[in-house]
Design a protein around this ligand. Structure first.
Ligand code: SAH
Length: 266
């Protein structure tokens, strides 16, 4: 069996062959945003979140990440976590008692505003607004499904909100959880080096971002828009806004309509 509850980042503990009750978990740091992930595959975390800015922030204790292994709560000698769908049909369903025990474990650490989200293609589609809201919470518990999903009763019991990555079906919730955590953690104070980049980028002001350029100034016969070389910051800002608006109008009429409606509000 792998480590029951694994901590990532600062003061991370190594997996040890000790009973779970004796395992010292990384202490909950006061005022630090925390994610608890319930998964059958804890070894997939921190995954991509361990790299770059989110990884550095994790090491620096700007957020905390813990996994709760569903297998640990499995039943019987084989620690079964799933069973066949009641009523018949293909695949397997994660058992309510097993998932609930893992959630209970995670929720022992919950404080303040702390939603429980189930990664699910049936859920509301995740967006920047939800990331912003999550970053304002004290923490979050993310439930990653596998197989055909989880027994419905556990979702009711814990008042779980279903959240989707988009209209497609993944094999499991782990990639979705990492994507949602990435989008959220980068909004926490001090995680992005340049605070402005979170304000100006796509979706934060309801528009898609303008095109970006860097060196060399000429590449394979292609130059960069002249205004960007002008040093005139007002003009550059104006050009970027115009490009943002044009891109949004062309590519995402839905976003553009929402943006227009927003501007008309008093
Ligand atoms: N039978 C389910 C799909 C199960 S896919 C259905 O038809 O709705 C297995 C697991 O992958 C799910 O439990 C969920 O946790 C995850 N998953 C799949 N697609 C996802 C998506 N678009 N967004 C978030 N999680 C997803």
């Amino acid at each position: 069996m792998s480590a029951p509850t694994k901590s990532h980042g600062r003061k991370a503990i190594r997996p040890m062959l000790k009973p779970a009750s004796l395992m010292d978990e990384e202490p909950d740091l006061v005022g630090v945003w925390q994610a608890r992930v319930v998964t059958l595959f804890p070894e997939t975390f921190p995954g991509v979140l361990g790299a770059s800015l989110t990884g550095k922030a994790l090491k620096d204790g700007k957020w905390q990440l813990h996994t709760h292994d569903l297998r640990r709560h499995g039943v019987g000698k084989h620690r079964n976590v799933d069973d066949t769908p009641t009523g018949g049909g293909a695949g397997m369903v994660l058992r309510a008692d097993v998932v609930s025990a893992a959630l209970a474990d995670a929720q022992r650490h919950a404080r303040g505003r702390w939603p429980i989200l189930y990664m699910s293609p049936r859920g509301r589609r995740f967006d920047q607004g939800m990331a912003r809201d999550l970053a304002q919470c004290d923490g979050v518990t993310l439930l990653c499904g596998r197989f055909e999903g989880v027994d419905e009763r556990v979702l009711e019991r814990w008042g779980v909100t279903e959240v989707s990555m988009g209209d497609f079906v993944l094999t499991g919730g782990e990639i979705a959880a990492q994507a949602m955590l990435d989008a959220t953690v980068r909004l926490l104070p001090g995680v992005l080096g340049n605070a402005d980049s979170a304000i100006e980028e796509s979706h934060s002001n309801g528009l898609l971002e303008h095109p970006q350029y860097t060196k060399p100034a000429e590449w394979e016969g292609r130059g960069v828009p002249e205004v960007l070389m002008s040093g005139n910051h007002a003009k550059i800002a104006q050009w970027r806004l115009e490009m943002s608006e044009k891109l949004t109008k062309d590519r995402r009429p839905d976003l553009w309509a929402a943006h227009q409606a927003d501007r008309k509000k008093p």
